[in-house]
Design a protein around this ligand. Structure first.
Ligand code: UD1
Length: 431
């Protein structure tokens, strides 16, 4: 099993380039099969989740070419199966985006029902409510979601809760429905906007993405396009927090600073200096005594839940008591016990973590419980005194491309190793 071995205590310095947004890419890939024409997608992150989604598309008969790791050419004209297997859904929940895409295009789709996951129960009732409102018969039985309609017709849909997944899934199906759909209380995340822009570039008529009311006028067909995925705000934020935790000075390039505002504000509150450029953000924490603060996760433009563990890793080193409130997912503090093994002083009470800052972390052997928590443990390891080993890094590889290579480029002593001999070799080299 691969691991990251880290010798901490070195401030990160230099420049890092951010890749395409994983969560935008996953939905865009699903939407790409909604036309029979060929679609080219650029700035694709070469991460596990994206590769699983491409496998799912091939699994239903889509043609996929990969001229380079960051470009994919997809053709959905030869799709022969409308049934997406559990093999994919168990690896990535986002393969449920094929439900909206196939239902829109073929008026029929079957996708295995996603199970629970490490951060809490994740219902999909709002997705199904949306499909039903568009006129589909939706049945959930034998571990499958089946949706079918003679015709889909536009509808007025109010989402009881702000949901990225439901917004995107309904958006896709409504694009090829007859007439007008209005989604109220829609998610405003940058990747929702990116998916809408992508669909519009294929001939869809979607307005208002990025606000809480999205209006879609259905079209009869979509055409091919070439599209470049937006930069990943969560990857960018992760490097910003790594700079803060290690008292480094890092220029995070190829970002849209507006998407990072919530992260930027919180880093300013902890005492870091932030310099914004057109497409880059520099975090300077060289002489910063990190200050405590409070954070609550909220839908965009609030502080992203996907940055919550990384933020906690930073606040664990602040000079005082901070609180982090998780308002999106019910069980997203599982990693706290792992951070405690590195010396963090964190208590959780229901959805609130109370963090009493410590002088420093100490290296330990820890295990990534999920993707973002795994990134938080790497951040802690980079800041810690001594060696940290992070196990279960396959979670981290779901969403970070060449994480260790990018960190090495910032001067970090980190190595991906596959056995104890390699780990020992690395430890000797950097000792
Ligand atoms: C997406 C992101 C994930 C991120 C999350 C919140 C992808 C692939 N994943 O997940 O990384 O953490 O947004 O920003 O883009 N809910 C319901 N019923 C539903 C759907 C959602 O009650 O039908 C609830 C969820 O339990 C949760 C909240 O709504 O409490 C938000 O979830 P949602 O925005 O749907 O998250 P995902 O799209 O699954």
């Amino acid at each position: 099993m691969e691991q990251f071995v880290i010798k901490g205590g070195k401030p990160l310095h230099g420049e890092v380039a951010i890749g395409g947004a994983k969560n935008a890419a996953l939905a865009i890939l699903a939407a790409a099969v909604m036309t029979d024409d060929t679609v080219t997608i650029e700035n694709l992150p070469d991460v596990r989740d994206v590769n699983v989604m491409l496998g799912a598309i091939e699994g239903i008969g889509g043609r996929v070419k990969r001229p380079d790791p960051h470009t994919v050419i997809i053709n959905g004209s030869a799709i022969e199966s409308l049934n997406v297997d559990y093999e994919y859904i168990k690896k990535i929940r986002a393969s449920y985006y094929l439900l909206g895409a196939l239902l829109g295009k073929y008026k029929k789709a079957e996708v295995a029902l996603p199970g629970g996951c490490a951060i809490g129960s994740r219902p999909i009732d709002l997705h199904l409510k949306g499909f039903r409102a568009l006129g589909a018969d939706v049945d959930v039985s034998y571990g499958l979601i089946s949706a079918e309609a003679d015709r889909l017709t536009g509808a007025h849909i109010y989402l009881d809760k702000v949901s990225v997944g439901a917004t995107i899934n309904i958006l896709m199906a409504a694009t090829l429905a007859e007439g007008r759909t209005v989604i109220e209380n829609a998610a405003k995340e940058p990747h929702v906007v990116d998916v809408a822009n992508f669909l519009n570039s294929m001939g869809a008529d979607i307005r208002g993405a990025g606000t809480d009311v999205i209006r879609i006028t259905g079209v009869t067909r979509l055409h091919g396009t070439e599209y470049s995925v937006i930069p990943d705000q969560i990857e960018a934020g992760t490097f910003m927090f790594a700079a803060a935790a290690t008292h480094g000075d890092v220029l995070v390039k190829n970002v849209i600073p507006k998407h990072l505002e919530a992260t930027t504000v919180k880093l300013l509150e902890t005492g870091c200096e932030i310099v914004e450029f057109d497409d880059a953000v520099r975090v300077i924490a060289t002489n910063t005594v990190l200050r405590p603060t409070s954070v609550t996760t909220l839908p965009y433009p609030g502080f992203p839940t996907d940055m919550q563990p990384q933020m906690t890793a930073v606040l664990g080193l602040a000079d005082g008591v901070s609180t982090v409130t998780e308002s999106i997912f019910e069980n997203r503090f599982k990693y706290v016990d792992e951070l405690a093994r590195m010396g963090a002083n964190i208590k959780t009470e229901s959805n609130i973590a109370i963090i009493t800052g410590v002088q420093g972390y100490t290296g330990a052997r820890v295990s990534a419980p999920d993707l973002r928590a795994g990134a938080a443990l790497v951040i802690a390891g980079l800041a810690a005194d001594g060696f940290t080993t992070v196990d279960d890094i396959h979670y981290i590889q779901r969403g970070y491309e060449n994480f260790e290579v990018k960190l090495q480029g910032l001067g970090a002593d980190i190595e991906k190793t596959s056995d104890e001999r390699e780990a020992q070799k690395f430890r000797l080299r950097v000792s």
